[in-house]
Design a protein around this ligand. Structure first.
Ligand code: NAD
Length: 259
């Protein structure tokens, strides 16, 4: 059980992060939701977490702006007497372009949200985890932290980077009771996936279903990963059975990287 623990899950107003927030809450963990969304989206996300009778709070820091991270940490400290025991760095977005055309602005935003924000949040939250002798940092990377696809220069670079950060933090925290791991999903059918399937369908003049089928064919199983499966994996990493798992990149990709 994660009763009495507090988790910050970035990018948890949607998709994978919301799934992780729900699973951690189902194990009794208090949850800080984070990310964008209109009132209805936030209300529904909060209701999902609160249905498990745990405390829930929402933050909306824009992770493109690094100064927002200190403000978020201060805001959290006004709501909860302790800092989070569990940090899940999940917030992210996708942007595709030929490398020769890739916008510098998008490149910098990608690296800030996917790599600099996890670095800064780790810097902020790790000392209290070490003092307490228990902590979990889970970085949601991607198969694109291990292998590449064309047109995703910034995303693939940032995801490879976050796997490096994971390994360094794991070594620096070994023997402290804190672990740091990366999770590498293949395709998960969230808004990020749907946007890419819609773009592919428009650009190639094919149906949405055909675009979806083509994308998911990266998986040997030809089926996407379910959001709930990622939540279960993160919960496992927070359990005592995972005490000796640190610095790992755990692949959940329907066999994508096995080929
Ligand atoms: P999603 O679009 O459903 O959710 C993204 C979340 O991040 C939202 O809560 C959004 O508000 C938040 N976010 C985005 N930009 C932000 C910013 N600048 N500041 C603060 N919050 C921001 O996407 P998802 O598919 O659930 O993706 C979650 C993570 O999983 C991402 O890191 C993504 O790269 C990774 N991932 C996704 C897939 C997939 O197929 N969906 C596969 C591998 C890895």
């Amino acid at each position: 059980s994660l009763a009495g623990r507090l988790a910050l899950v970035t990018g948890s107003t949607s998709g994978i992060g919301l799934g992780i927030a729900g699973t951690l809450a189902s194990r009794g963990c208090d949850v800080i939701l984070h990310g964008f969304g209109d009132d209805d989206v936030i209300k529904q996300a909060k209701a999902k977490v609160e249905s498990h009778k745990v405390r829930c709070h929402w933050e909306d820091a824009d992770l493109c702006d690094v100064s927002s991270i200190d403000k978020m940490a201060e805001s959290i400290s006004r709501v909860f007497p302790k800092t989070p025991d569990i940090l899940v760095n999940n917030a992210g977005f996708q942007s595709v372009s030929d490398v020769t055309q890739f916008s510098l602005d998008t490149w910098q935003k990608m690296l800030t949200v996917h790599l600099t924000a996890p670095f800064l949040l780790t810097q902020r939250l790790l000392p209290a985890m070490v003092d307490r002798g228990w902590g979990r940092i889970v970085n949601i990377a991607s198969v694109h932290g291990l292998v590449a696809s064309p047109y995703k220069a910034a995303y693939v670079s940032a995801k490879h980077g976050v796997i490096g950060l994971t390994k360094v933090v794991a070594l620096e925290t070994a023997k402290t009771g804190v672990t740091c791991n990366a999770v590498c999903p293949g395709w998960v059918e969230t808004p990020i996936f749907i946007q890419q399937a819609e773009a592919r369908s428009r650009e190639q003049g094919i149906s949405y279903e055909e675009a979806r089928r083509q994308m998911v064919s990266n998986h040997a199983t030809e089926e996407p990963v379910k959001v709930q499966d990622i939540g279960e994996l993160v919960s496992f990493l927070c359990s005592p059975a995972a005490n000796q798992m640190t610095g790992s990149s755990i692949v959940i990709d329907g066999g994508w990287t096995a080929r």
